[in-house]
Design a protein around this ligand. Structure first.
Ligand code: HPA
Ligand code: ZN
Length: 365
């Protein structure tokens, strides 16, 4: 299930990742180690049993599919989060991700994180924020992977809870007053989308914009009301101006005003093909991605939650797009260019990655 062999050209591409949930990069090995370090009981007697637990097909939505005995993806993901307790744990998680990113030639990344999943377990927000901040700084030096992070509101928690978490985290942001520590420069959404449309968090988005942060909107695929969530993200949020990016958003294909809306507003999609490929047949899924391309919708390719998705990382996701959409090498380079342009990296970082990309493309000619 861990995808295709990575073509050397795909491996060599300098990469930008704009859709990865940091806790979705927690490897079973680190989970096992932290569980023992922090005395957190795991419902697995051996490491092999833990590994086997990743091989199940998650129940996509219990609200819709009923209970088949398997956990949902989010239940598995939040169960993994339990072992993260101290600043050092969050630091190690992030440093392992940045090391892995370097090995795949990721030059720049904007990981999603949240504090609410941790504070509700009694972990201080400072432990999360300081751990990631230290990794942001050390990872840029040690692994030469630069990062700007994205604070997520857990959308199945209340707006009030989210606002409180945001206010507590704000000293770690890169705010327009230049006062923050610079960990995160944007806000987004995470967790269960069922009956939780983006507009519920409009007050939080407006506040973040006032603080000088960017806004992206997670619209998972084939969820209940997915098309309405995409519509809100393009036309309604941020006082009608729309989000700057949409995470996933594949259901934009399902209503005729959405593709023109994405294009006219210049909103790009952060797609994660393997996440959809778990549930959609090859012949169904990849023509959809190809259609977005042919329609001129800007998108880039990302990994989502790689350790909970058969260990398929950004390179495996790019490989799937390359192989199953019939993209050329030049098309794949354009997809990387899209990621650079959709990112909120500084101009120097963008210029360096584009120059490296140009060099690689010219060497291929
Ligand atoms: N979907 C929704 N919320 C999430 C995910 C995801 O894949 N990962 C972490 N939070
Ligand atoms: Zn996601």
């Amino acid at each position: 299930m861990n995808g295709l062999e990575i073509d050397p050209f795909i491996a060599a591409l300098p990469k930008v990742e704009l859709h990865v949930h940091i806790e979705g990069t927690l490897t079973p090995a680190l989970r096992w180690k932290l569980a023992h370090r922090n005395n957190i009981p795991l419902p697995y007697k051996t490491y092999e049993e833990l590994l086997d637990s990743y091989k199940v097909t998650y129940n996509h939505r219990r609200e819709v599919n009923g209970d088949n005995g398997a956990p949902t993806f989010l239940e598995a993901y939040f169960a993994g989060c339990q072992v993260l307790c101290t600043e050092e744990d969050f630091y190690e998680l992030a440093m392992e991700y940045l090391e892995k990113a370097q090995s795949m030639n990721v030059r720049y990344t904007e990981p999603f994180f949240d504090t609410q999943a941790h504070t509700r377990r009694g972990i201080p927000a400072e432990a999360v924020l300081n751990g990631y901040l230290r990794a942001q700084r050390d990872g840029a030096v040690k692994y030469r992977v630069r990062s700007n992070w994205i604070f997520c509101f857990l959308r199945d928690e209340s707006l009030e809870d989210g606002l409180e978490a945001y206010r507590a985290a704000l000293p770690w942001a890169r705010t327009s007053d230049g006062q923050g520590k610079g960990l995160f420069h944007a806000v987004g959404l995470a967790s269960n989308e069922y009956n939780r449309p983006p507009m519920l968090f409009e007050e939080a988005f407006l506040l973040a914009k006032k603080d000088g942060l960017h806004v992206t909107m997670h619209c998972d695929v084939d969820q209940k009301d997915a098309v309405d969530h995409v519509h809100e993200s393009i036309f309604q949020v941020c006082a009608g101006k729309g989000a700057q990016r949409i995470d996933h958003g594949l259901n934009a294909l399902d209503r005729e005003d959405l593709i023109p809306g994405l294009k006219s507003r210049g909103i790009g999609l952060t797609l994660c093909p393997h996440a959809y490929h778990r549930r959609q047949a090859t012949e169904t899924l990849f023509p959809k991605i190809r259609k977005l391309w042919d329609e001129g919708v800007k998108f880039c390719i990302n990994s989502d939650d790689p350790t909970y998705m058969h260990n398929v990382w950004i390179d495996g996701n790019m490989m799937k797009a390359y192989h199953f959409c019939g993209f050329s090498k030049a098309d794949m380079a354009t997809i990387v260019k899209n990621a650079v342009e959709m990112s909120w990296a500084d101009e120097e970082t963008k210029g360096e990655i584009l120059a490296e990309l140009k060099g690689l493309v010219e060497a291929e000619k």
